[in-house]
Design a protein around this ligand. Structure first.
Ligand SMILES: CC(C)(COP(=O)(O)OP(=O)(O)OC[C@H]1O[C@@H](n2cnc3c(N)ncnc32)[C@H](O)[C@@H]1OP(=O)(O)O)[C@@H](O)C(=O)NCCC(=O)NCCS
Length: 158
């Protein structure tokens, strides 16, 4: 199922920002020189498909990839406009860093950037943790959204 987020209803969240700052985490747009490091981390931490989607996000100028860093290392990432225009994702946070608001902060930073870039709505494709998106940004299910853009992807391990 795909989910929809009304970007007009979003606003910055100073409390979340303070929480992230308190955890010594920085959320920012990824820069071109970081492509190799970020895509390798996504492949090793998640999978090759997400790493490929991240590469496409790096092909945009400015990049449509945001990342969370701590102590000079990556702890999370989020991209948009990769599998299709107007689509958010994939996103992921290092397992050891989950539950601290980093996924929420990455999602919000990315969606607010989509709004600046001119989108009114964001689509979250083929949602896994729907509760995460419902709770953090009020995402709602899109009826008849299956099969979506991810349907029939080449699978090298059938
Ligand atoms: C989904 C993910 C990015 C969330 O990151 P996180 O840093 O742990 O999330 P946060 O700490 O910001 O959580 C924000 C809120 O969402 C909730 N939440 C987080 N992950 C959730 C999940 N998998 N299911 C339901 N609720 C979830 C949290 O409880 C929290 O709610 P609260 O503020 O009421 O306490 C992370 O679990 C992850 O990397 N999962 C594996 C990759 C994945 O599934 N990506 C999404 C692909 S569509």
């Amino acid at each position: 199922m795909d989910y929809l987020v009304n970007l007009s209803l979003l606003s910055p969240d100073p409390e979340l920002d303070a929480r992230i700052q308190g955890a010594a985490v920085t959320i920012r747009r990824a820069l071109a020189p970081e492509l190799e490091l970020v895509t390798r981390w996504v492949r090793q931490t998640f999978n090759a498909g997400w790493s490929s989607e991240t590469t496409v996000a790096f092909s945009r100028q400015p990049t449509s990839c945001f990342m969370a860093t701590r102590d000079g290392g990556l702890v999370g990432f989020a991209v948009y406009d990769s599998i299709a225009r107007g689509f958010f994702g994939p996103t992921g946070v290092d397992e050891a860093a989950r539950g601290a608001g980093i996924g929420h902060a990455l999602l919000l930073a990315t969606l607010l950037d989509m709004r600046v870039m001119g989108y009114g709505y964001a689509i979250i494709g083929d949602v896994g943790p729907s509760e995460f998106y419902e709770r953090t940004v009020g995402a709602t299910q899109i009826p008849d959204s299956e099969p979506g853009v991810y349907a029939g992807l080449l699978n090298t391990h059938p």
